[in-house]
Design a protein around this ligand. Structure first.
Ligand code: BG6
Ligand code: MG
Length: 220
């Protein structure tokens, strides 16, 4: 294929930010401080390790290497308990509509996520089979806004970066897509995602006429 579509996972396909929040909040509370929804915004698109560093800064806690590693594991074990209960009802509105549109046109689809839990989540919500390539936190060295994750995804799809579209809910993800010379589409608040080429609050706002034009422009 000449064109490809790349999806972020957390906040684009599923609303897992609420489970990340609960798991980080549980850890913060155990360490004796609060963690707010507002602070959780800083964690979107950010690696697990960097999230813990920020959390400990918020709590004013200096950790030993052993403590740091223990808390990383503890947070993830807790997070996985929420993930374990997920099913297809947690897919964000109209995500399957867009995936089906692309499948019908034989346009390859990749995942480009910072999460190391991407595959089990896609399995849980029954979307794994849509993806021709999966690039996640296990495959990348440099975190968003570095374009690495999306460039590897394009490579795996065999599509040149400038002919790829990226759906992202995080500022760092939009920046990564732009740096990769891809068409960035922000999913969420346009004030926050102002660097995106296009912006929608969610997939219900994306109709087939927009997608057809996008695909036609890219294929030229
Ligand atoms: C991103 C999330 O997709 O993945 C971040 O937006 C999260 O909040 C990161 O920290 C890493 O996820 P995981 O599942 O490997 O801890
Ligand atoms: Mg995201």
């Amino acid at each position: 294929s000449t064109i490809g579509f790349i999806f972020d996972l957390d906040g684009v396909i599923v609303d897992t930010a609420k489970y990340h929040y609960l798991a980080w909040k549980n850890l913060a509370n155990e360490l004796g401080f609060e963690f707010t929804h507002e602070q959780n915004e800083l964690f979107k698109g950010v690696s697990r390790k960097r999230c813990l560093e920020i959390l400990l800064e918020i709590g004013g806690i200096k950790a030993t290497k052993e403590q740091f590693d223990t808390w990383m594991i503890e947070k993830n074990v807790d997070y996985l308990q929420y993930i374990d209960k997920m099913d297809a009802s947690e897919i964000l509105p109209d995500v399957p509509k867009v995936l089906d549109f692309l499948k019908a046109k034989n346009i390859p689809i990749a995942l480009g996520s910072a999460s190391k839990n991407a595959k089990p989540i896609l399995e849980k919500v029954n979307l794994l089979s849509y993806f021709d390539a999966i690039v996640d936190g296990n495959n990348v060295a440099k975190a968003k806004p570095d374009p690495e994750v999306f460039l590897i995804a394009a490579d795996k799809l065999g599509v040149s970066p400038s002919r790829c579209v990226v759906f992202e809910d995080a500022v760092a993800g939009i920046q990564a897509a732009n740096t990769a010379n891809m068409v960035s589409i922000g999913i969420g608040d346009s004030n926050v995602l102002s660097e995106a080429k296009y912006n929608f609050n969610n997939f219900t706002e994306i109709d087939s006429s927009f997608l057809n034009k996008l695909v036609a422009n890219l294929a030229e």
